[in-house]
Design a protein around this ligand. Structure first.
Ligand code: URA
Ligand code: SF4
Length: 501
């Protein structure tokens, strides 16, 4: 077993990994020690990058022996987020993946969607992305001073993962015009209008006091907050409790919930230290990378700008954050199929498989749909397949399973413009709507599919020449076996209505 000491940074892992791969070191023989595990601090501090290799130095390989260590940008992007996770296994997992891509020549590793290693890496990636999003959404600056030229602000935040360096450039871009520091327990980021710098983390007791900025936030929240429509559950889901305590508006929210308007509000953070006394370090490499999350699109982008091509809409949808569903899903699942298809099929939302694969209808419901299309004499390859809602909504089930969860009317309404944008561009002759969701979103909010199924008579003419509503294949899969065959037959018959397209 080779124990390899690295710094807890992607660059350090990369250097070590290069050396290990040149020796074709099998993953199970490598142990990464980044000095953050208990008991190893002394070792890491005294011999950073202490790589000891038995194999020949690079110069001793002849050309045929030197493996091709090229790694795709997409993998490096994944590695960059995974590296921020606190999972102690992350370096080994990344090494294993790098080994498979280069030495085992699995160049298509990132498309092996049911691969356990990839799934595990994607989970870490997801957790870090989510944390970064929370940081961007929930950091609140408080004014702590000003001089002739500039104002100074400070924010306190407790991220779950080591995301400060990766996320600070976002704040530098967004809040370029004042000086700020974001203080966290493991790393602090500072901006002086020109340079981003970092210093070690600080104690929670040094977080700044509340000040006038808080009043601003409180007023803002008070004005958009309608207690009559207060949905505590939804709000808590979107803004987890543990983030509340760092938000100036948190006391107000509490007040609204409890209706104890006279209750004195709690101090969010206490502490006398209002000064920026943190030593600036150099900006580490990698911290200045392009912040790809900086630009968000809303579904209305696609509707407003009719000059956007289908590909551009797909691109924009990939970055949509218009509702909370993107947070716990892997990716936007956009439609697939020819952009000039005569038939478009619209499902409800991607499932677990679709979420991981990034493609509509590749899971069990998709398989049944395929078989039924074939029986109906329709070519799947000629059909454009999409969903009403583009992100997978799920709730935790037994054994870590992700169970389908029905999208709310609000989520459906928010996402609908993406679907309309697809319809506008593909302009199908026939639309086939699977289950209640697309039929309610596009035709009639009260439609009941089991009684209305078949060719719909009353449809908005701009949708398509003909619109067929039928049951959802997932519904068929859930039916008792005895009823299944006949119901699938009726489903196939509904699909046949598309023939005259
Ligand atoms: N169910 C759907 O509605 N859509 C999919 O893409 C998969 C399952
Ligand atoms: Fe955007 Fe739709 Fe995803 Fe919500 S579900 S984030 S609206 S693409």
């Amino acid at each position: 077993m080779h124990s390899v000491s690295i710094q807890p940074t992607l660059d350090s892992w990369r250097d070590a990994t290069r050396e290990l791969l040149l020796q074709r070191m099998p993953p199970h023989e490598v142990l990464f020690d980044d000095g953050t595990q208990s008991g190893s601090l002394f070792q890491a501090a005294s011999e950073p990058n202490a790589l000891r290799f038995a194999g020949p130095a690079l110069g001793h390989y002849d050309n045929d022996d030197v493996p091709d260590l090229t790694i795709s940008k997409s993998f490096l992007a994944l590695a960059q987020t995974v590296a921020c996770h606190r999972d102690p296994d992350r370096w080994s997992l990344l090494y294993h993946a790098a080994y498979r891509i280069t030495i085992a020549k699995e160049r298509h590793f990132l498309s092996l969607h049911s691969d356990d290693l990839l799934i595990r890496l994607q989970r870490l990636d997801k957790a870090v992305r989510r944390d970064r999003h929370k940081m961007k959404a929930f950091v609140r600056f408080r004014k702590v001073g000003e001089n002739e030229q500039r104002e100074q602000f400070v924010a306190w935040f407790e991220p779950e993962h080591a995301i400060v360096e990766l996320t600070a450039p976002f704040f530098a871009k967004r809040f370029a015009s004042f000086d700020w520091s974001i203080l966290t327990p493991d790393r602090c980021a500072h901006w002086d209008g020109e340079t981003l710098s970092f210093s070690p983390g600080i104690d929670a007791s040094k977080a700044p006091q509340e000040d006038e900025l808080e009043d601003y936030w409180r007023t803002y929240y008070g004005s958009i907050f309608n207690p009559a429509r207060l949905k505590v559950k939804a709000m808590q889901a979107e803004m987890p409790k543990k983030y509340w305590k760092n938000l100036p508006e948190a006391p107000l929210i509490q007040e609204l919930i409890s209706e104890a308007s006279h209750r004195s509000r709690e101090m969010v953070e206490k502490g006398p230290n209002r000064e920026r006394s943190h030593v600036s370090a150099k900006v580490p490499q990698g911290a200045r990378h392009e912040d790809t999350d900086a630009e968000h699109f809303t579904p209305l982008t696609a509707l407003r700008d009719t000059t956007l091509t289908h590909a551009a809409v797909r691109e924009a949808a990939a970055r949509c954050r218009a509702c909370p569903l993107y947070e716990s899903a892997t990716q936007t699942v956009f439609g697939v199929g020819p952009e000039d298809a005569d038939i478009m099929i619209v499902g409800e939302q991607p499932g677990d498989h679709e979420d991981l694969a990034g493609q509509s209808f590749v899971g069990p419901a998709g398989k049944l749909l395929d078989e039924s299309l074939q029986e109906a004499g329709l070519e799947r390859n000629e059909i454009y397949l999409t969903n009403t809602v583009k992100h997978f909504k799920w709730k935790p089930g037994p054994k870590g399973r992700r169970l389908h969860d029905r999208a709310s009317n609000e989520e459906i309404a928010t996402c609908k413009p993406w679907l309309l944008a697809e319809i506008m561009r593909v302009q199908p002759h026939t639309l086939i709507l699977l289950g209640n969701t697309p039929a309610r979103a596009l035709v009639d909010p009260d439609l009941k599919i089991l009684s209305a199924r078949g060719l719909l008579q009353q449809v908005p003419p701009e949708l398509a020449k003909r619109v067929i509503a039928t049951v959802h294949p997932s519904y068929l899969l859930r039916l008792p076996k005895a009823e299944q065959a006949a119901s699938i037959q009726s489903f196939v018959n509904d699909l046949r209505l598309a023939h005259s397209a």
